[in-house]
Design a protein around this ligand. Structure first.
Ligand SMILES: CC(C)(COP(=O)(O)OP(=O)(O)OC[C@H]1O[C@@H](n2cnc3c(N)ncnc32)[C@H](O)[C@@H]1OP(=O)(O)O)[C@@H](O)C(=O)NCCC(=O)NCCS
Length: 172
C-alpha cells in the first residue's frame, strides 16, 4: 500500500516493528470497544501478519495511522474484506488510540482511505459495518460521506451497514 498523507496523519503499511505499539493498543479495552475484546500479543502479531500478507498479495489492506505531530502509531484505518449477508464487500474499518479521540482524526483517516479506494484503486463501492450503539463510529461514517443502508446481524452483533459509491461526494 502507498503512504497516504493528510494534514495531521500519515497512513502507511504495517511493519513487523509495529508489534510493540499495536500490542499495547490492542490490549486496551477502549481501543477494542465494539469487538470481541482485547487481543493478546500473539493475536496482535497474527493481525499484523494478516495485514502484511494482504499487502504482499497487493490486496486492499489496513494502514498504520501515524500522528505527524509526535510521530506515534495511534491505530489503524483501512480496508477489511468482509462477507455481509453472503456478499463479499470491502469495509473501511478504524480504531484510534483513546488518548487521541475527539480531534477529528478518525474522520481524517477514513476520508483519505475512502478517496484512495475510489480514486487510486477504482473501487465501485465501500461499506462500513457499525454496531448499532457505536455512536462515535456512526458519526465518523456519516462525516465520511457514507449512507446507512440496512441493519443486519454481523458476527452476532446488531449492525448498521453504511455504504458509499464514488459518485457520492457529500461529507467531504
Ligand atoms: C470510533 C473512533 C474511531 C472515533 O475516533 P475519533 O478520532 O474520536 O473520531 P472523530 O473525532 O473523527 O469523530 C468522532 C465523532 O463522533 C462524535 N461522538 C463521539 N462520541 C460520541 C457519542 N458517545 N455519542 C454521539 N457522538 C459521539 C464526536 O462528537 C465526533 O462527531 P463531530 O465531529 O460531529 O463532533 C474511536 O472512538 C475508536 O477508536 N473507538 C473504538 C473502536 C471503534 O469503535 N471503531 C469503529 C468500529 S466500527
Amino acid at each position: 500500500m502507498p503512504t497516504l498523507h493528510t494534514p495531521r496523519l500519515l497512513l502507511r503499511s504495517f511493519a513487523t516493528e509495529d508489534l510493540e505499539q499495536m500490542a499495547e493498543l490492542m490490549a486496551d479495552k477502549d481501543f477494542m470497544r465494539f469487538s470481541f475484546g482485547v487481543f493478546s500479543r500473539e493475536r496482535t502479531a497474527e493481525f499484523l501478519e494478516k495485514m502484511r500478507a494482504r499487502d504482499r498479495a497487493n490486496l486492499p489492506s489496513q494502514f498504520g495511522v501515524i500522528s505527524r505531530e509526535d510521530n506515534r502509531l495511534i491505530g489503524y484505518c483501512g480496508f477489511f474484506s468482509q462477507t455481509v449477508d453472503d456478499i463479499e464487500e470491502l469495509e473501511i474499518g478504524y480504531r484510534i488510540d483513546p488518548a487521541y479521540w475527539g480531534r477529528g482524526l478518525a474522520t481524517e483517516a477514513a476520508r483519505a482511505v475512502r478517496d484512495h479506494g475510489f480514486h487510486e484503486l477504482q473501487l465501485s463501492r465501500l461499506i462500513s459495518l457499525i454496531h448499532l450503539e457505536n455512536l462515535a463510529s456512526r458519526r465518523v461514517a456519516e462525516k465520511n460521506g457514507m449512507t446507512p443502508e440496512k441493519e443486519t446481524v454481523f458476527r452476532g452483533f446488531p449492525t448498521i451497514v453504511f455504504g458509499a459509491h464514488p459518485a457520492e461526494r457529500n461529507g467531504r
